[in-house]
Design a protein around this ligand. Structure first.
Ligand code: HPA
Length: 248
């Protein structure tokens, strides 16, 4: 089964026919909210709002381990994450959708592994390609079917938040090779990998990163909200196509 992890701007899926909600407990604590079971375009999915249904959980306090553990427990094999990002690369302007293919992790102090040294041997996890290739292809095929412009590939820089970045930080990320910046991509991606879940992200660019484009002097949070509302309409349509597309 496929799960959708919604981020900022996507705390609900208007086109989801809800069948039930389930509160979950895990060895890692409680997920961000009850899992929402339903059908999207006739296909079963589970939806979870990463920041809680009232958008009250900041990125550094999301219980990423509980979220992914709960999804796995309910039979999820693939997770499509939706995440808002700031665009660093010049063509990643507000309103753009992109399916990243690489990650740089700048977060700190988050519970970032299930390998916690309690009762299992140390396990190292291959993370050369942090996203699932088949699931990325499926997202991109769905975008073509939905006639939605969605760019293939880019480096996602995961930052701690909840503050936005300084210009010098964005300059450094650009030198590092980052194309976009967001606050939730890690540890979500590695935790999904540790659990053997296919994982890929639809990144929605909601602003120019600090110091870029019209964020040269500041990032307008009012504008971010407006763009997010607009772009999430496209994302909802795209998700409907994703669940209908065959494949991984
Ligand atoms: N920086 C970090 N995270 C973000 C941004 C940003 O500019 N926009 C949306 N999420």
């Amino acid at each position: 089964m496929l799960a959708i992890l919604g981020g900022s701007g996507l705390t609900q899926l208007a086109n989801l026919q809800i069948t039930r909600r389930q509160v979950m407990r895990t060895p890692y604590g409680e997920p961000s909210g009850a899992l929402t079971f339903g059908t999207l375009g006739g296909h079963e999915v589970i939806f979870l709002a990463r920041h809680g249904y009232g958008h009250t959980i900041p990125p550094h306090l999301v219980n990423y381990r509980a979220n992914l553990w709960a999804l796995k427990q309910e039979g999820v094999t693939r997770v499509v994450s939706v995440a808002s990002v700031g665009g660093i690369r010049a063509d990643l302007v507000p309103g753009t959708l992109v399916v990243p293919d690489q990650i740089i992790d700048y977060t700190h102090g988050r519970e970032s592994t299930f390998v916690d040294g309690t009762d299992t041997a140390v396990i190292h996890t291959d993370f050369t390609h942090p996203y699932s290739a088949p699931l990325r292809s499926r997202l991109l095929s769905a975008a073509r079917l939905a006639d939605t412009n969605c760019l293939d590939g880019g480096v996602y820089a995961a930052v701690q938040g909840p503050r936005l970045e300084t210009i010098a930080e964005i300059d450094r990320m650009e030198r590092d090779g980052a194309d976009m910046v967001g606050m939730t991509g890690m540890p979500e991606a590695i935790l999904a990998r540790e659990l053997g879940l296919g994982y890929a992200t639809i990144a929605a660019v909601v602003n120019h990163a600090a110091g870029r484009g019209d964020s040269r002097d500041s990032v307008s949070l009012e504008e971010v909200g407006k763009v997010a509302q607009r772009v999430m309409v496209q994302v909802r349509t795209l998700l409907e196509c994703v669940v209908q597309c065959d494949g991984d």
